[in-house]
Design a protein around this ligand. Structure first.
Ligand code: C5P
Length: 233
């Protein structure tokens, strides 16, 4: 149970078009605090777009899932220092040295940035993991990668809702946990399979919930944001 920690809402900005994204964000200023920019928008519009969203007053979660040799990941983090981003993802499967290099680069360039490790992509199942010669249960692999990241001083983990309890039970309350796969009661699941409501994720210890389509596809995105914030207050 998560009685002390606050849970915050992050909007997944999975738009195709910069102008539409800005039109979506403008009326949400003041209520919504966090925006997640993923590979789609970052590869299309780059750091100038990140600066633009930051200058609107939003905190930035840059979801780039960095995975390369330690030196290259460290250099990429140094290159991002001008953007004043707040959360950034790396792949735990890059290994403990890569994670440690990322932490060191962060400490040198942007100490306020929190690094999050992605463990096993939810698009991978047991059978696909076995083709990579990972034969242990997926949940065990998730936990091993999460431990490796936390041991390397990465600040937190991106976790599916069904891993939340496993991670909190084994890692305690300190690591940040960021959870997508959230659907308010009655919302369209889209292709998400196992979802939780905002309140359920908060109860299991999520520090941040990531919500996309239930907000940006809604007829009234501001009302949707307000309803979710009420659910996690
Ligand atoms: O629209 P929806 O709320 O399903 O968007 C969820 C966001 O979280 C998307 O940006 C998606 O890429 C991301 N995500 C996810 N499941 C994961 C990891 C990330 O849905 N396991």
């Amino acid at each position: 149970m998560n009685q002390q920690k606050q849970t915050e809402l992050i909007l997944a900005l999975d738009c195709e078009d910069r102008k539409l994204a800005l039109e979506l964000l403008e009326p949400l200023q003041g209520d919504l605090k966090w925006v997640k920019i993923g590979l789609q928008m970052f590869t299309a519009y780059g750091l100038p777009f990140v600066h633009e969203i930051k200058s609107m007053g939003y905190n930035i979660f840059l979801d780039l899932k960095l995975h390369d040799i330690p030196n290259t990941v460290a250099k990429a983090i140094l290159s991002l220092s001008s953007a004043s981003i707040d959360l950034l993802t790396i792949h735990a499967s890059g290994g403990s040295e890569m994670c440690a290099f990322a932490v060191k680069a962060r400490d040198e360039s942007n100490p306020n940035l929190k690094l999050l490790a992605v463990t096993v992509l939810t698009s991978m199942n047991q059978q696909q993991m076995e083709t990579l010669n990972v034969c242990k249960p997926v949940q065990d692999h998730v936990l091993d990668l999460a431990k490796l990241s936390v041991d390397a001083k990465v600040d937190g983990i991106v976790s599916s809702t069904h891993e939340l309890k496993l991670l909190r039970d084994n890692l305690g309350n300190e690591p940040l946990i960021v959870t997508p796969g959230i659907r308010p009661k009655g919302a369209d699941l889209n292709e998400q399979k196992r979802v939780m409501t905002p309140a359920e994720a908060k109860e299991l210890g999520a520090d941040y919930i990531v919500v996309g389509r239930p907000i940006y596809k809604s007829e009234d995105p501001l009302a949707s944001v307000k309803a979710i914030l009420k659910d996690i207050c």
